[in-house]
Design a protein around this ligand. Structure first.
Ligand code: GDP
Ligand code: MG
Length: 163
């Protein structure tokens, strides 16, 4: 199917970790060039008998804060055009950063479903910390530990309900 899910957010929040986990079943990274910095990675994922494309954004190099911010905004805008569903990933260990708030402002204008993913929620203390992110105001908010996979099943159940 042409249904596409894009993962956006700051570097280091865990986007590629989730991307790789979503692709686990099929091992189908499209056009992967290892060792080369790319803006986006495309893959194919399966869940509950449904197939969809996944875009991992943010493989760019930035040597200044300005370029960094501009690149993230660019990736978010492209994702908002290409994807049917957006996964906006944040990191519980840093809390809400200014850049998170900026990305949130962009995504709130999207007419497409946006899921706020608070990642690295590896333990009960971090579950408590993660509630801070409700203040960003996204109705669909999920706490995940992409490293262990906890929370990904519920997220995917909701995502594929849009297919
Ligand atoms: P990206 O830059 O957003 O693609 O982030 P990466 O997927 O490259 O992950 C950045 C770092 O966060 C890596 O060291 C990951 O192992 C780590 N990471 C990703 N997900 C989790 C998680 O759920 N829990 C913890 N503790 N670390 C994570
Ligand atoms: Mg990455």
């Amino acid at each position: 199917s042409g249904f596409t899910v894009a993962i956006v957010g700051r570097p280091n929040v865990g986007k590629s970790t989730l991307f790789n986990r979503l692709l686990e079943q099929r091992k189908a990274i499209v056009d992967d060039v290892s060792g080369v910095t790319r803006d986006r990675q495309y893959g194919i994922a399966d869940w509950s008998g449904k197939t969809f494309n996944v875009i991992d954004t943010g493989g760019f190099v930035a040597n200044s804060d300005d370029i960094f911010e501009r690149e993230i905004r660019k990736q978010v805008k492209i994702a908002m055009e290409e994807a049917n569903v957006l996964l906006f990933m944040c990191d519980v260990t840093t809390g809400i950063t200014d850049l998170d708030s900026e990305v949130a402002d962009l995504l709130r204008r999207s007419s497409k479903p946006v899921f706020l993913i608070v990642n690295k929620v590896d333990n009960p203390q971090r579950q408590l910390d993660a509630t801070e992110f409700y203040s960003l105001g996204f109705e669909k908010t999920h706490f995940l530990s992409s490293i262990s996979g906890s929370g990904t099943g519920e997220l995917l159940d909701e995502v594929v309900s849009y297919i």
